[in-house]
Design a protein around this ligand. Structure first.
Ligand code: ACO
Length: 329
């Protein structure tokens, strides 16, 4: 009933300004009044605090010392090689990525703000205030500038001129971590979910970040020695992204292991739950039933088609040597 009421609420906030981006919102989000009745909100990209006026955001930024999500940096992408093919015409198309683990209990307000922000792009999730039982894995792009949109089309670095010079240099050295997406995960999930909610902020969508976040959630499951699955229901975009991820992982495993594999073998290798493995194989028509047993049949043609498909996918590899994480206890 409550869920239904929330769902049918009319979209309130039309746009938000976050770092250098102005985002058009997709859905209703229960920001408290008076912010809920604003057309536009101004959000600090580090604390995710929200303001009704640009002026107040700027005042906040002049004092705010946070330059990354309030948690532990548990992953940092490898440095770009000297002849990085992603350095096209001097522009970095694959910027450095970091993942931060933020505890809903320790950084309650930040996580609540993150849920309110993400609700603007999710239509069926109802978690906003009870964040204690969750961990949040926040993905950031790192650069050397903190940007704030001072006027349409005009930017200035948040570190200058409002800040003391010494601190500005310090900030520049450490970098600015700009949130691009996240996923949340229950500290202890009775249903065996390894992901509750996932979001890539719209300006960063369709670059492979969603796939990276999904892959990351399964890497954490592998470290826990468990299988996992996302919380249901999935949105349409969530379903597309998961189907693509599962298909690729499963076909990769089948390609590498020429010998026959069982559903359980595939699940063990990928941390993908067996019912998700079965569903994916069914959708690819790779599974047959014979006297009550599943039989997986992969032809050379399917493997070849698969190789063509993945050549067109955006895939940001996770370098496991750079993941520093132990399961939550
Ligand atoms: N239309 C068609 N295909 C799409 C679209 C789209 N708009 N967006 C992504 N895809 C496909 C991509 O082509 C890719 O498939 P491919 O590799 O086979 O080509 C796959 O989905 C993943 O693409 P990414 O670029 O890695 O994903 P992205 O960063 O865009 O993030 C996400 C996907 C997180 C679902 C994003 O769309 C989003 O945040 N949506 C709004 C929030 C949402 O719906 N979250 C999921 C809710 S379900 C849950 O939380 C458990």
């Amino acid at each position: 009933e409550k869920e239904h009421q929330e769902k049918t609420k009319v979209k309130n906030i039309q746009s938000v300004e976050l770092g250098k981006h102005e985002l058009d919102t997709w859905y209703y989000s229960p920001y408290p009044e008076p912010h809920a009745s604003c057309n536009k909100l101004y959000i600090c990209e580090y604390t995710l605090k929200y303001f009704r006026k640009k002026k107040t955001l700027l005042r906040h930024l002049a004092k705010c010392t946070l330059r990354h999500p309030p948690g532990d940096e548990i992953y940092r992408s490898p440095p770009a090689p000297a002849n990085d093919p992603s350095l096209v015409g001097g522009a970095i198309t694959n910027p450095p990525i970091s993942m931060f683990e933020v505890d809903g209990k320790k950084s309650k307000v930040y996580c609540q703000n993150l849920c309110l922000l993400s609700k603007l792009f999710l239509d069926h999730k109802t978690l906003y205030y009870d964040v204690d039982p969750f961990l949040f894995y926040v993905m950031c792009e790192k650069d050397t500038q903190g940007w704030v949109n001072a006027a349409p089309g005009q930017y200035f670095a948040t570190a200058t001129p409002a800040r003391p010079a010494a601190s500005a240099a310090g900030w520049a050295a450490h970098g600015f971590y700009h949130i691009v997406g996240y996923f949340s995960k229950e500290k202890a999930s009775a249903e065996g979910n390894n992901l509750a909610c996932i979001l890539t902020l719209p300006p960063y969508q369709r670059k492979g970040y969603g796939r990276f976040l999904i892959a990351f959630s399964y890497e954490l499951s592998k470290k826990e020695g468990r299988v996992g699955s996302p919380e249901r229901p999935l949105s349409d975009l969530g379903a597309v992204s998961y189907r693509s991820y599962w298909t690729r992982e499963i076909l990769e495993v089948l390609r590498e292991h020429k010998a026959s594999l069982s559903i359980k073998d595939i699940s063990d290798k990928t941390a993908i739950r067996t019912d998700d493995v079965v569903k994916t194989l069914e959708s690819l028509s790779l599974i047959k039933y014979w006297k009550g047993d599943h039989i997986i049949s992969v032809t050379q043609k399917i493997v070849e088609d698969h190789c063509k498909t993945i050549a067109n996918q955006k895939n940001i590899e996770i370098d496991l040597n750079r993941l520093h994480w132990t399961p939550y206890r």
